[in-house]
Design a protein around this ligand. Structure first.
Ligand code: ADP
Ligand code: ASP
Ligand code: MG
Length: 453
């Protein structure tokens, strides 16, 4: 069997859903389990509606009407009855009314509100496929064993999740193709959780690993994993083969095409992941496997704008052991992951995703050091298996950015890493990524590969 995951744009309009169902139909001989995201933009709208409900006492604001209109247009465009998701809207309006009454919006409630996007999209895709003569049936992942912990907003699966998914999917009658909600799960107590933004990719790989899929397909709106974000570098190219490790680094350091955790279950079970384009299904896409041999030492360049750079300065670190332990224990206490780290004799510099509140950490660090938090910086990660063994990659990075007067403020690459990350001013990010892309993938790129060979 295979898992086929379709992202927001792949189910974002009647035309896209038609394309998606055609692709599923072509995949039927491989016994697919389909995972879908919410219609593009709907998760944002749902979360905004929840914020809106917090501020007003009306049962439902304009945003709910917009979300409803969006779904109605798609339903009518597919020739389906506009009432198909009425039950979900009635429930959503109740929840939002509750938020406006109690004037409280917890992460738990946000997850519940966000879950409606995938619940509705899966219902619509299955109904349209059924009307087209295919035996697709919508399932909420919560009914299919998708158990998580209670870390609302970015829940993690439990040790028993694979077995509970395998058991639940095994009970689906033969011939039925399940269309499963991405992004959401439930706790052992039955509360709805989400896996974090973009989490439907992760759902797909969890189901793939639980069911021993022969392949996990991520259908999106670009031709695969590209040499850079095509919105920053318009002439970015599709990469044919990417290693699990490269894909993990790319996703973790900003390549939105994959949720950062997607690769973990696939890697555990050695399941190839293929990234494909719903709007160009004949394309080869990108294959993500354990080993990828390439002539270019660099596979792709990615970047992240929403980061804090935290610099911790203390003369007390000189010749003293235990300082780093004290620093990282504080991050650990606040459960905030550190992305990049660089140390010198008197400074420790780290980066942290802006989704985390670092005020408590800064206060604790301030008890024994001077702390600066910079919020106008961006990270760039140059990723490739060849970086481990190729001389001169760092030199190329510094020299091209230096020639443009772009200061590299921090750099981090450990022994054996497939990732060389740097920090620059956020205002110069696009220019820096474009310049680096030209160096590693432009006409001169062959020379880089040859120099490193
Ligand atoms: P979906 O809704 O299908 O999950 P996303 O919007 O989450 O799609 O991810 C696809 C988008 O990721 C692309 O449209 C592209 O703009 C962006 N992206 C960023 N970096 C990369 C990259 N290196 N390769 C491909 N796409 C990238
Ligand atoms: N709909 C969710 C989001 O927008 C999950 C996903 O698209 O993967 O984050
Ligand atoms: Mg996505």
């Amino acid at each position: 069997m295979i898992v086929m995951k379709f992202g927001g744009t792949s189910v974002g309009s009647a035309d896209s859903i038609r394309r998606t169902v055609r692709i599923v139909k072509a995949g039927l001989p491989r016994k697919p389990l389909v995972v879908v995201s919410a219609l593009s933009g709907v998760t944002d709208m749902l979360l905004a509606a929840a914020e809106d409900a917090l501020k007003r006492s009306l049962p439902a604001g304009d945003l709910v009407k917009k979300i409803r209109d969006r779904h109605t247009a798609v339903l009518l465009g597919l020739g389906l009855g506009p009432g198909l998701v009425d039950a979900e809207f009635a429930e959503l309006e109740h929840v939002l009314f509750g938020v406006s009454l109690v004037r409280e919006l917890t992460l738990r409630t946000s997850d519940y509100v966000a879950s409606f996007g995938e619940r509705m999209s899966s219902t619509i895709v299955a109904a349209f496929a059924k009307a087209s003569g295919l035996n697709l049936q919508a399932f909420n992942a919560c009914e299919l064993g998708m158990l998580t912990n209670a870390a609302f907003g970015s829940a993690e699966i439990l040790p028993e999740t694979y077995a509970s998914i395998a058991g639940a999917v095994g009970r689906i009658p033969g011939g039925v193709v399940p269309v499963v909600t991405g992004f959401i799960g439930k706790t052992a107590e039955g509360e709805v959780t989400t896996l974090g933004r973009g989490g439907s990719d992760y759902t797909a790989s969890i189901f793939g690993a639980a069911l021993g899929a022969e392949e996990i397909q991520i259908w999106t709106d670009v031709d695969g994993v590209m040499t850079a974000d095509p919105r920053i570098v318009p002439d970015a190219r599709t990469v044919a083969v990417v290693s699990f490790e490269e894909a993990s680094e790319l996703a973790y350091f900003g390549a939105k095409v994959l949720h950062p955790k997607t690769i973990i279950p696939a890697m555990e079970k050695e399941i190839p992941v293929r990234v494909l384009n719903t709007f160009n299904p004949a394309g080869k896409g990108t294959l993500i496997v354990r080993k990828a041999v390439k002539s270019n030492p660099v596979t792709a360049i990615t970047s992240k704008k929403d980061i804090f750079v935290i610099n911790i300065h203390s003369a007390r670190m000189l010749m003293v052991y235990g300082f780093l332990n004290n620093v990282f224990r504080i991050f650990n206490d606040f459960k905030v992951p550190v992305d990049m780290v660089a140390t010198s004799e008197v400074n420790v510099t780290v980066t942290v995703d802006k989704q985390f509140d670092v005020s408590g950490i800064v206060a604790r660090l301030g008890e024994f050091s001077e702390v600066d938090v910079l919020s106008d910086r961006a990270s760039i990660s140059i990723v490739g298996e060849g970086i481990r063994s190729t001389a001169g990659v760092g030199g190329r990075i510094f020299s091209i950015l230096g020639s443009r007067g772009i200061n590299v403020e921090m750099t981090s690459q450990s022994y054996g890493d497939v990732n060389e990350s740097i920090i620059v001013m956020a205002g110069r990010l696009n220019e820096a990524v474009q310049a680096l892309h030209a160096v590693f993938f432009g006409d001169d790129a062959g020379k880089v590969a040859a120099a490193g060979a």
